[in-house]
Design a protein around this ligand. Structure first.
Ligand code: BES
Ligand code: MN
Ligand code: MN
Length: 462
């Protein structure tokens, strides 16, 4: 039987070409202008699933974008692995900061990727990582070596909070029944420091609107006498954190689990170069909550961030007004055991109370999700760790990530199974940023690792 490494070597160009074709489809779920392309990406995945020989392949219609399903049940008595990934991508904006067309993939060398990386929106998050799973299973099928059952569920709304997937999962418990879920939509520490993500942060995402006068006013005639909603909004935002960079919302930390000193010592073992980190970001100093390290601040501590703020006149030149309205998009990353349904409530209560009577405040809850932690002694984790050890020649580190995949805790609640977050991206991949890329090394290593996972998972269950 042809081993995976010679298979990858022989088929490298073909495997890149296929991914390039998928990356050329601008499947931006957030922007209705790309609706046809989002559906086009779903069709692309469906065609691939059919070609590679999966059964019951279907485009599952939902109230939103479709979910692509496919499976190979070789024996109902064997364990079943469910693969989740997403074919939608973030908007490419700001497009002028891309060095190449975000939807015309090119290969370029970088300092972390001397073998070259694929530059395109979605290369790392998540098309490149999701596609590795299709290729790995295709290889196993071609060589009659798939040792367990597999189901694929690839969605198109992850980047907008997976509203339809929650709807779909709730209606398809039996069909989606599985023993473990595997997902590659996270990262490692470095190409020579493999890792498995054991924690994700949750999320509460709100939009606030502050209204002053019922129309924009002349700032000479009215200025000084009427509340300026932008001045007020920025003052309110400034009060949401204190000098120590603690969040001031009453009750915000009530359910936050403090880690033990042993757990914090584990985190501190993750290789981390602060000077390189600052250099990469072009900053002179890091900034964050007092009493915590940078690794802790960006993984096990909750945050509050303004993602965007607007209002008033932002055109050419000067226009003298007191604007009628001001807006901001505010997100909070949550950690165990914070509740994404409760946090927006205490936020709204506090935020409204920060406002003077001279303005009106509206708070809208856009979306949210629970934090997630998974143990390192489950059969799925152990199989993933063995697969990584075999592919990288090194034991993977368990890491907490600061990112969120809100559907993961939902899978556990609805389907009762653990998700193994076996991601192959790097923080330097610039996901959600201009010039997103994914290492060719990572793409091929990922396929190799996933192919081993199936064997080790089967052995774990014997
Ligand atoms: N794949 C990311 C999440 C991620 C990336 C987790 C790297 C860990 C490491 C996912 O596509 C994402 O961007 N999630 C969003 C949340 C979603 C509800 C929009 C996020 O974390 O902002
Ligand atoms: Mn993703
Ligand atoms: Mn993303």
């Amino acid at each position: 039987m042809e081993d995976i490494n010679s298979y990858l070597l022989k088929n490298k160009q073909q495997l890149l070409n296929e991914l390039f074709d998928l990356l050329r489809i601008p499947s931006v779920s957030a922007d209705p202008a790309f609706a046809t392309d989002v559906v086009g990406a779903a069709d692309f995945i469906k065609n691939k699933m059919e070609k590679m020989g999966l059964d019951n392949v279907s485009i599952e219609e939902t109230p939103g974008y479709p979910i692509v399903y496919g499976e190979k049940i070789i024996n109902p008595d064997l364990p079943t692995v469910l693969v989740y990934g997403h074919y939608d991508v973030q908007p490419a904006d700001p497009i002028e900061l891309w060095e190449s067309d975000p939807f015309e993939p090119v290969i370029k060398k970088t300092s972390t990727h001397p073998d070259g990386a694929i530059f395109a929106r979605g290369a790392s998050d998540d098309k490149g990582q999701m596609y590795m799973h299709l290729i790995a299973v295709e290889y196993l099928l071609n060589h009659k070596a798939l040792p367990v059952n597999v189901k694929f569920m690839i969605e198109g709304e992850e980047e907008i909070g997976s509203p339809s997937l929650a709807w779909y999962v709730a209606r398809n418990h039996e069909k989606l029944k599985n023993d473990v879920i595997i997902i590659s939509d996270t990262g490692m520490v470095a190409n020579d420091v493999p890792a498995i993500t054991t924690g994700l942060r949750g999320l509460a995402y709100l939009e606030v609107e502050v209204t002053g006068p019922n129309r924009d006013l002349h700032s000479g005639l009215y200025g000084g006498a009427v509340a300026n909603p932008i001045n007020i909004l920025t003052k309110m935002i400034a009060q949401l954190t204190d000098e120590q960079n603690h969040i001031t919302i009453p009750g915000f930390y009530d359910n936050v689990k403090e880690l033990s000193s042993d757990e914090r010592a584990e985190i501190a073992k993750t290789p981390f170069d602060l000077e390189q980190y600052k250099k990469d970001l072009g900053i002179d100093e890091v900034y964050g909550e007092a009493g915590y390290t940078t690794l802790e601040r960006q993984s096990i501590r909750p945050t509050l961030d303004v993602n965007g703020i607007w209002g008033g006149y932002i055109g050419e030149g000067a226009k003298t007004i007191i604007p009628s309205k001001a807006y901001a998009k505010i997100s909070m990353r949550l950690v165990p055991d914070q509740d994404p349904d409760e946090v927006p409530k205490i936020f709204e209560e506090y935020f409204t109370q920060l406002a003077p009577k001279a303005v009106k405040v509206k708070v809208r809850n856009l979306h949210g999700g629970y934090p997630y932690v998974t143990p390192t002694d489950s059969p799925g984790y152990k199989a993933a760790a063995k697969a990584m050890k075999r592919a990288f020649g090194k034991e993977p580190l368990p890491i907490y990530s600061g990112g969120s995949i809100p559907i993961v805790p939902l899978f556990e609640k609805e389907l009762g199974s653990k998700s193994i977050l076996m991601g192959f991206g790097l923080n330097s991949d610039a996901i959600h940023s201009p010039n997103e890329h994914y290492g060719i090394f990572n793409y091929l290593k990922g396929i190799e690792t996933i192919s081993y996972f199936y064997d080790f998972y089967n052995q774990q269950n014997k």
